[in-house]
Ligand binder design. Structure first.
Ligand SMILES: N[C@@H](CCC(=O)N[C@@H](CS)C(=O)NCC(=O)O)C(=O)O
Length: 217
């Protein structure tokens, strides 16, 4: 158990959905920091995230939400910052040097722009039966444009913000690694695949539940 956490009373609760990459990034951070945590699965299809009790935790009605013994934090990237500030300040997962700190923020921004509208959307629409639609094709095109850029951006470095892993890698991993579940092949992106391998080799890495690959026309 993480020494700083040892004085706390209960495991950290993570309200989540097992197929959500946003939730996976939080679980991975909890695991990497070796914190005791409890997963609370919400049935999104039944609207559990819109129930009044959950809206009290996050008025936007979205997972993930973290409950750290009464400290409630929502938004996946905000939760990553919270966890490192609270329990891993000296670890390097949230670097302070200006250039690297800016690179981390840039990648966090990419997770809410290109990644959300590209591979995350393509995968979710595919998993929910909307694979063969123009919107899903648009999301796949955004994904490939992004992955092409990513090949160049990470060329010659091990992790997204440089030579050491940061919360940027934790945040970006799931929707990139699971892009094929949305009909977005990673075959043309060897540097991206090598980065995925490096993230999966990190101590404390936990996988996200895989979904079947779609049969595309
Ligand atoms: N900005 C939020 C986005 C989270 C998000 O989109 N969560 C999805 C699941 S992957 C959700 O709860 N969707 C239900 C909804 O928006 O009603 C974060 O990073 O936590």
């Amino acid at each position: 158990m993480n020494a700083e956490f040892a004085s706390s009373s209960a495991p950290i609760k993570l309200y989540r959905h097992p197929l959500s990459g946003h939730c996976h990034r939080v679980e991975m951070m909890l695991s990497i920091l070796d914190l005791p945590y409890e997963l609370v699965d919400l049935d999104l299809l039944q609207g559990a995230h819109k129930a009044p009790a959950f809206l009290d935790l996050n008025p936007f009605g979205q997972v993930p939400v973290l409950d750290d013994n009464g400290t409630i934090v929502s938004d996946s990237n905000a939760i990553l910052v919270y966890l490192v500030e609270a329990y891993g300040k000296e670890t390097g997962w949230l670097p302070r040097a200006p250039g690297v700190a800016a690179a981390v923020q840039r990648w966090l921004s990419l997770t809410v722009s290109h990644l959300a509208t590209g591979p995350a959307r393509a995968r979710w629409r595919t998993l929910t039966g909307a694979s063969d639609t123009p919107e899903t094709e648009t999301a796949r095109a955004i994904s490939h444009a992004f992955l092409e850029q990513m090949e160049g951006l990470i060329s010659g470095q091990h992790y997204l913000a440089g030579e050491a892993p940061t919360i940027a890698d934790v945040s970006a991993y799931a929707y990139i690694a699971h892009a094929p579940e949305g009909g977005v092949s990673l075959a043309a992106y060897p540097k991206v695949r090598a980065w995925i391998d490096r993230v999966e080799a990190l101590q404390g890495f936990v996988p996200m539940q895989a979904s079947p690959l779609p049969e595309l026309a």
